[in-house]
Write a protein that binds this ligand. Structure first.
Ligand code: ARG
Length: 461
């Protein structure tokens, strides 16, 4: 390993095993664009405040540009490079291209604020990419809700049929989860959008640097306030990974429902062939692997969050090498969630909804029992008593193998004589759904309004 970075104090390079143990290049090399971009802004600032001559600065910037285009074209790659991390990789390659003036790049800077910068630049782009992917899923949800606006299916509690709802309402529940996810991503972005460069190792620098100029060059909204906090802080990574974890959780709930609904026992949906797989032994099988994988991959993201939380816990100020371990879980969480969002979008776009089956199931399981209780309340019966009466009716139905909709008026009246013929309409699935007019309820008018507000949000996004 080159010892150029650590200088004269060292008589030998690291043990081979130590070198392998210590390097982050295999994963932080993906930060190369941000690293070079940050270095160029830093050098331009150093020239501006006259710490570097214009000539030196120009030479360094030209060298950095050259490295960037070599990496871009593949002429320069990271394979077998002896460097500890992306920062030393760039600096070593700069020296072989422009000579000793390369050594001036690291003036007024440390790898501690440099890695903090690279990760914040990465985060801002990655958060935007996830945000846009969430937005695409939300748009597909609205489209599918619109397409099947009349479809009714059972709403569940305890995975028992509870009350009929519009399929559109059910789908829009996921829209709302993703809307909160989008807000969380925007919040995380705001917190990431702070320039760390200039904190140097931990205490600031003796050079007259202009951090606000660098912030402007790199598009940061703010400059960090405390150099010690700046090199120790990983909150922005934790918050981002938490936001990703919730997206993963929301996707896993959707995935679970899709797996259930596609089983013949439900028969509510058929997944498109493009998002299903077969079995190597059972020729008849078509499995919802896409959604199972989404359900499974959310576990990885939760693991990534846990790794980061435990990593930072009880670390003394300021920078500690432990923090190098933050990048793999962070990258994994972003890569995993982006992949899941892309597949979820495809699945949602192409799923076939069997609305007849949904509807047939919606009326079963005495799912309109609450409607009858509410109807009795409107006749002046206290709710608890109404609950009792309808409970008896349900028992009667079970004993006689009937659904609520099968009952004749005389059967209703044999349970309670206050019941009149309008009960027959009350037990219908359509009237049950239409009656839930409260704000946020499943009545078609309310769901239509919900979708309209959602469309407005999509237009403003
Ligand atoms: N590879 C390190 C990291 O990712 C770079 C930061 C500074 N390293 C150091 N030994 N001071 O955290």
């Amino acid at each position: 390993m080159s010892n150029a970075l650590w200088g004269g104090r060292f008589e030998s390079g690291p043990d081979a095993a130590m070198q392998k143990f210590s390097t982050s290049l295999p994963y932080d090399s993906r930060l190369w664009r941000y690293d070079i971009k940050g270095s160029i802004a830093h050098v331009q600032m150093l020239a501006r405040v006259k710490v570097l001559s214009d000539e030196d600065a120009q030479q360094i910037v030209a060298g950095l540009d050259q490295i960037a285009s070599e990496i871009e074209s593949g002429a320069l790659n990271f394979e077998g490079a002896p460097d500890e991390d992306i920062h030393s990789f760039v600096e070593r390659n700069l020296a072989t291209r422009i000579g000793s003036v390369a050594g001036k790049l690291h003036t007024a800077r440390s790898r501690n604020d440099q890695i903090a910068l690279d990760v914040r630049l990465f985060l801002k782009e990655a958060l935007s990419a996830v945000h846009d992917a969430v937005l695409e899923v939300q748009k597909v949800i609205i489209t599918r809700a619109d397409e099947h606006f009349d479809a009714i299916l059972p709403g569940y509690t305890h995975l028992q049929r509870a009350q009929p709802v519009l399929l559109a309402h059910h789908l829009m529940a996921y829209f709302q989860m993703f809307e909160r996810d989008r807000e969380r991503l925007q919040e995380a972005y705001r917190r990431a959008d702070v320039l760390p460069l200039g904190a140097a190792a931990l205490a600031g620098t003796t050079f007259p640097i202009d951090r606000h100029f660098v912030a402007e060059q790199l598009g940061f909204a703010r400059v960090s306030e405390n150099s010690m906090d700046t090199v120790a802080d990983r909150d922005h990574m934790l918050e981002s990974t938490f936001a990703l974890s919730l997206i993963g959780l929301h996707l896993s709930r959707l995935a679970e429902e899709w797996v259930l609904w596609s089983a013949p026992e439900w028969g509510f949906i058929t997944l498109d062939d493009r998002f299903s797989t077969g079995s190597s032994i059972m020729p008849q099988k078509k499995n919802p692997d896409s959604m199972e994988l989404i359900r499974g991959k959310s576990a990885r993201v939760l693991g990534d969050l846990n790794t980061l939380l435990v990593l930072v816990k009880a670390l003394p100020l300021t920078y500690n090498r432990d923090l190098q371990e933050d990048k793999e879980p962070l990258f994994d969480a972003f890569d995993t969630v982006l992949g899941c969002l892309e597949i979820a979008r495809g699945v949602l776009e192409t799923t076939k909804f069997h609305t007849q089956t949904m509807r047939a199931s919606a009326g079963g399981g005495f799912s309109t029992a609450t409607d009858v209780a509410d109807y009795l309340v409107r006749l002046g019966v206290p709710f608890r008593e109404a609950h009792e009466i309808v409970g008896r009716v349900v028992k009667y139905c079970e004993e006689n193998n009937k659904e609520l909709e099968d009952l004749a008026l005389f059967e209703w009246q044999s349970q309670d004589e206050r019941i009149d013929e309008s009960v027959l309409e009350t037990v219908g699935v359509d009237s049950s759904v239409a009656a839930r007019q409260s704000y946020g309820g499943t009545a078609p008018d309310r769901v239509r309004e919900q979708i309209n507000r959602a469309k407005l949000l999509m237009r403003e996004a």
